[in-house]
Design a protein around this ligand. Structure first.
Ligand SMILES: [Zn+2]
Length: 420
């Protein structure tokens, strides 16, 4: 379903056409509805049109074959291998891995349930508290229950329960990324990311199979043989988000000082291009509104569903992040087909946080993390019901609209063009 048609055009080419159109209107006629054949098509529109609901769904489905993909398990490692194979098959062949060690803090077992305050594990029960939510947010209205499920028996699907049985073990960890190299500015890049690990005894379909699939689908589209970008783009699938953003933190620690260095000198190769911005995607599909007084959420995607773009107003780079957020909102208004975007100042609890004092960093989500998700607006969050079968096409389509938003913004930021 399309709610908006965009006649992609470029200003210079159109100047004459617009003038002709205005003249025609003055003379009581309608301007021409279709562009003349010599108008150059809008490359952003062409790229956005290459995103596809069924392909997005298939990628989420592919990720769910590894269950909840909990960090420190064989199913998590198998999912990383699968993601890497997919990226290579799209043409993003220069995959690399960040290696780090993860040891859960004392008293936290193997890092199942409770976050360190940075991850997503801090469940809260509704009712009886003040208005303050996470990330500086304010919570109004009804609340639903939140928390991380640790009870295998709450997963009714026996096969899935078995798949999720192996516990997390401390030790070495990996995460994968690949990079589209810019033609004229290979030394600068935007990073788009999502976390591929999950927990809760489901399939982590929404949290965060949806964000992972979004990043993978954009990698696929931008690696079409006829697409080039002036600047570089890195596609990062973080691990250990749920235990406190450990994968993204490891990336920042290991790579931040390598930015913009040519290696070897004179080669025009930049192993770590300068970071221009980081865009995270975490839970993209479920915006069914506020819980009722009974704490229950509607089973239907609400008509007013939107993509929530958040920056963190207390970050050192808040000013640049805010500008980036507004640019994404404008990209949504021009190119998304079904759902609008809203901007908010309380980005929190996801992999963009370790970047936010260094570079402009934003997150895209189904709801605001602090005020909405934190108040129980997504009853499948970290629950056995976060499985592919829970979601309808209206839910998947909200995720697709976030993909359209990010792809459109990114195409403009990196100077994407299509060879005729
Ligand atoms: Zn998440």
């Amino acid at each position: 379903m399309r709610s908006k048609s965009v006649t992609g055009t470029r200003g210079v080419v159109w100047a004459g056409v617009l003038a002709a159109g205005i003249a025609a209107t003055v003379h009581g006629q309608q301007p021409a509805a279709t562009p003349p054949p010599d108008a150059s098509p809008d490359p952003v529109k062409i790229l956005v049109d290459r995103l596809d609901l069924e392909k997005f769904k298939a990628t989420i489905k592919g990720l769910t074959q590894f269950g909840d993909r909990r960090q420190g398990t064989d199913r998590n490692r198998a999912a990383i291998d699968w993601i890497e194979t997919q990226l290579k098959s799209y043409g993003c062949t220069n995959t690399e891995r960040i290696k780090y060690d993860y040891q859960p803090a004392a008293g936290r077992g193997t890092g199942t349930a409770r976050g360190t305050g940075a991850g997503e594990g801090r469940g809260q029960r509704g009712g009886g508290r003040g208005r303050a939510g996470q990330g500086g947010s304010a919570i109004f209205g009804n609340r639903g229950r939140t928390g991380v499920n640790n009870d295998p028996n709450l997963q009714p699907d026996v096969k899935l329960r078995e798949l999720n049985t192996q516990p997390s073990a401390p030790g070495p960890r990996e995460q994968v990324y690949c990079t589209k190299i810019g033609t004229t500015r290979p030394d600068e890049m935007y990073i788009i990311g999502a976390h591929m690990d999950g927990h809760g005894w489901g399939e982590a379909a929404n949290d965060d199979g949806s964000g992972t699939a979004l990043v993978m689908e954009i990698a696929r589209v931008l690696h079409s043989a006829d697409v080039q970008t002036e600047r570089s783009i890195r596609f990062a699938l973080w691990n250990n988000e749920e235990t406190g953003l450990n994968g993204a933190r490891a990336y920042v620690e290991q790579r931040k000082d390598l930015q913009g260095k040519e290696d070897p000198p004179g080669s025009r190769r930049y192993p770590e291009p300068k970071w221009l911005g980081m865009i995270q995607h975490d839970m993209m599909m479920f915006d069914h509104g506020m819980p009722g007084p009974d704490g229950k959420v509607s089973p239907e995607q609400r008509a007013e569903a939107d993509v929530n773009i958040e920056f963190q107003s207390t970050a050192k780079m808040a000013e640049g992040a805010q500008k980036l957020a507004w640019l994404f909102k404008a990209a949504n208004e021009k190119y998304a087909t079904d759902y609008p975007a809203a901007v908010g100042p309380h980005m929190t609890n996801t992999d963009s946080v370790p970047f936010m004092d260094l570079i402009p960093a934003i997150s895209l989500r189904e709801n605001e993390r602090g005020a909405h998700i934190g108040a129980g607006w997504d009853p499948h969050w970290h629950q056995p019901t976060d499985v592919y079968a829970t979601f309808s096409d209206k839910d998947f389509r909200l995720g697709l609209n976030a993909a359209q938003t990010t792809l459109a913004a990114l195409a403009q930021l990196t100077g994407a063009t299509i060879k005729q």
